[in-house]
Write a protein that binds this ligand. Sequence first.
Ligand code: GLN
Ligand code: ZN
Length: 801
Amino acid sequence: MPSPTAPSTSPDAAALPRATVLGYPRIGRDRELKRALESHWAGRTSAADLAEAATALRAATVTRLRDLGLTEPSSVPLDFAHYDQVLDVTLALGAVPERFAGLVDPAASTPLGTDVEFALARGTAEQPPLEMTKWFDSNYHYLVPEIGPLTPLAYRGSSRVAHVREAAGLGVVGRPVLVGPVTYLLLAKASADAPAGFRPLDRLDEVVAAYALLLADLAAAGAAWVQLDEPALVSDLWEVPREEVTAATERAYAALTSAAVGEARPRILVAAPYGRLGCAIDPLLAAGVEAIALDLVRGELPAPTAPDGTTRDLSGVTLLAGVVDGHNVWRTDLDAAAATVAALAGVAGGPVGVTTSTSLLHVPHTVADELDDASGDAGRSDLGPATLPARVAGWLAFADEKIGEVLAVAAGPEAAAAAFETNRAALADRATAPGVVDPAVRARAAELSADSFSRGPYAQRRAAQEAALAGLPTLPTTTIGSFPQTPELRLARAALRRGELDAAAYADAMRAEVGRVIALQEELGLDVLVHGEPERNDMVQYFAELLDGFAVTRNGWVQSYGSRCTRPSILWGDVSRPEPMTLAWATYAASLTDKPVKGMLTGPVTILAWSFVRDDLPLGETANQVALALRDEVADLEAAGIGVVQVDEPALRELLPLRSADHEAYLDWSVGSFRLATSGVRPETQIHTHLCYSEFELILPAIDALDADVTSIEAARSRMELLPAAAGFERGIGPGVWDIHSPRVPSVEELVELLGLALDSVGERQLWVNPDCGLKTRGYAETRASLENLVEAARTVRSRV
Ligand code: GLN
Ligand code: ZN
């Protein structure tokens, strides 16, 4: 076992603070970063303007964290990224894929600028961007590194170094946060030109050598500690076998802790958020990292013995107890958290600190922004009237409040008696509030039988649907649901919220938009039309606002990817549907055309995944409550003559547990809830579903089990590489041919080529032609041009099959 060398930092900064958080929202309390990025991308501001805005935001964040009580050295995390923390490592390593090589001077070893950063993130006129996918089981998306045998991997400088200096200028010793080397490589995909069998992890040693230089740079800038996030260690869903991950972890961290890599380095805190670290702690202990942060919300205390029977020696390491949930919004049970910290101290040999289970990236900034003036926070009158019932707000802790919780737990129940008292009262209030349990909802759930979860045989349904939808060509074209959310639509919604537009005028404006969207689709020649979802602020929040049991926030924004944010609803009580939610829009759209119009609902798993879910009822029970509400909506649509209904489940993959042992139980309830929502219909009603990601293989059995008649999935960026796995899948499938995450318009030839690739794996009677996802974030110029090409490509391929 390599012996760790004492890093050359000043002694007072050597101990890790008693209280810290693993990360903080980056988008800004008023989404300052979003505005700065988008105006820069739109060409309204310069790179210097963007840099100035980002610097100001970082300064505001550091100051706020200090003011909230993170005053000890190294307790303020420095995790700012313009776009994505995984992309930041790609930039630091210069790991630019070949297709962008023209943007980079290979001879120079200078840091890469925002031009390269945004080209990788958003693509260029010629080149598609890096693929984007979900970060562990969250709704945050990262940019997938593409690593081949020849991809450059040499340290080019990291923005974190400047961030350490900036914080120092404010009198704060910050703790830079970076994705760790093992997680970085496990999240990477082999580049298209890599030989078969190549794995990004094969290049670990070069990556570690680059990290060593980065650590030296951070130390020179004054960082006493660095946090390397290694969430990959809590998962076993990697192609690389577990033993190899373990070996790679030990090798990487042994190298980073050894003196050979540099004179000085910050002490290393490895964070293992999003789950149970289990025996993946052993290589970290063996390598001699100075501190490990454990997720004790999802995970558990380290066992006293390792799998090989030896006693685990925890005496040389600082352990941080992640007892405040970074992933959900409920107040922490402080007494329980303090007990967990005490239990960890019992098994630990060294110092113990308190932290969050994950970065606070996944929660909004502050509950204070949800309260009316009574809170004395009069500065937020710009946010409009409060939307969250004050009683529900009393049960919540967002990022700033969670910092208070971490500090309270670290101080303990005596020193922080008032905080513990308030906390107990809030928890007791929540447990007994009306609506948390609705007897009618519980009674209906208790009556479900196996029949409630299944439709008839597919062959029968297929024949019935072919007759009912006789006008459809082979390779039918459709879209995923939303059309561009234009500035006019957003303005109308804002005016409605402010009371400047009444409900009737708002509905008229939305109906007019539906009319335009239907007319456009007819003009373009699409086959199965949609109403375009103009009335939906968000595909989950729209339903949350109409269902009982949910509350919505007014400023609870959470970063989804890049500058995109969502405002998750809060599911706090039993769920039911007071009245139809989508019926009027679908029937109005259908009245404007002779073509089939697809009804559009969000599925139960996605509604849960993209909301903050209650933690006092098993997820499966909550999912079935939502499913029953949706089942009633599907029945209403069918009765009104809507013959095609899409129930989106883009989050099915996202909630998949990170350990395979937990999959069966998850798929049981998640697939069950989708089937409960969709199996009340007649055979001739065609049920579609849509999923947003490309890791198809892992979840194919689940997609199959959903039993939808047609499934659309994201496939354009990965060039259909998922489809061979679908051989044997007999129902309809629509692999996306247009990557809607960037404004780039795909050419007809490109689309024809992708459809050709698709036909290598799926039968022509199965294939649907559609974009990767909804178009709400796109503009009309590229939407029209791309859909024109899509229809043209479908015609071309259709004439050949
Ligand atoms: N129907 C939704 C839309 O088109 C689906 C979006 C999604 O899957 N994320 O916007
Ligand atoms: Zn999608």
